[in-house]
Design a protein around this ligand. Sequence first.
Ligand code: TNX
Length: 515
Amino acid sequence: AVISLAACQSQKKEINLPKTDMAQVALIPKPVETVATHSAYALDSSTVIYTSQANPEFHAVGEFLANKIKGKTGLTVNVNTTSEAGSVDRIVYINQSDSDDLKTPEAYQLYVKKDSIYINAKTAAGAFRGIQTLRQLIPEQSNDTLTDHPLWLVPTGKIMDAPRYAYRASMLDVARHFFTVDEVKKYLDILAYYKYNALHLHLSDDQGWRIEIKSWPKLTEIGGASEVGGESGGFYTQEEYKEIVAYAAERHIEIIPEIDMPGHTNAASLSYPFLHAGGKADKPRVRTDTQVGYSSFHTRKDEVYEFIDDVVREIAAISPSPYFHIGGDESHVTKKKDYIHFVEKVEKIVQNHGKTAVGWNEIGQAKISPNTVLQLWNEPHNALKAANNGSKIIVSSAERMYLDMKYDSISEYGLTWAGLIPVDLAYNWDPKTYLEELPEESIMGIEAPLWSETISNSDELEYLAFPRAIGYAEMGWSTAESRNWEEYRTRLAKQVPYFSRMNINYYPTKLVDWE
Ligand code: TNX
């Protein structure tokens, strides 16, 4: 007769579980503390997930886990309902906890015991991060010999974990080349697996405008119809944008919209010529090249600010993020005094719509308010000045973090203006020591931008993003002391089965002995 493991357990017959080592699993980002207890939790269809009942957000985290277990193992695991009568359930509890040990919203505790798993967190976001760790602990291969059906042996032990930085983001430039809703969703899936919590979308640039603005329809009719290289471009309707926001929210990732201005605005000015500065700025025309620094909005016309007010209002209404990114980079044909005037006015517009402004480091030339966030890509002095005035800084060093830089001289896509960024250089530095003068408290977090001049689909996006974005995930989450390239590269090598299963392209750098 066939005897299930559950039945065996109920009859107190122990099967001999092999010795495991939780501390040897290739977890990325590396948790703050891992204590292995060397036994195993046998995952099979008698597992049931229970979540803090009253909280629908925790229930959703449970459903997310059940889905991912299904995808990885094929097992159907119930959430908040028992499995078929008679079997002894092994339970995964996802609990809302107010333990003092959980110090930040994304902190979590994960206990894996022989017959149950506990994930404790203060918030659903914390539980969600914990779920990613559990996903990584579930082996790719089942054990088919211990009993009459396959078991996925999860190593037992405990993990106490919390992020170093509250903000861990990537940016995707959907303006130079448009990326479809599905392509953005796939990127979000991978970012979530490595505990990112924000994706900044660069929604406008000289070559294209990518978000529907109902009060200014030509932005997408005209401005949305082009991209680098001359293909047809594209844009998100507001419904599609909301779909991206909702998909990200299910993964506890925030979408930060950027409308880049006063420079990088050729597509907008082509749609509505009154926006164009004149003077040194190039006359608007369809641009499919990759030049920068030639366009500018007019900074002294009231209609320009009325236009911006409409754009910010419509986007703010569909964007739950507290942040609105106003760009501000490379406005080389805007006079400095006009630029400063513009930034100060647009910052106020953003604030009037209930959002906190974020801008590239050039906005530090203006008198920005202390709650405005500055994204540091190339000018530390502007970041330091803003930080001294109370602003938080997002570290996005072009030389270390630009996902659009080539890995090495033989890599296929990418640019080289900020240097080559091989996978070890990308990983092997620290935001703190990189800019000593910047107090740690001023660093809100890190963001790895992916500009899209040379890429136009998921395969190419993934080639540049992976594996480097995985290193930034660890840089944003794990403690500085726990990071070590030689040890990290062995964990990175073990991500291949995940890449294969999820059909993720990556650059197979020789610096890693891929498995
Ligand atoms: C600089 S970084 C830019 C972008 C380009 C990128 C290419 C920044 C704020 N501006 O307009 O796409 O270089 O690497």
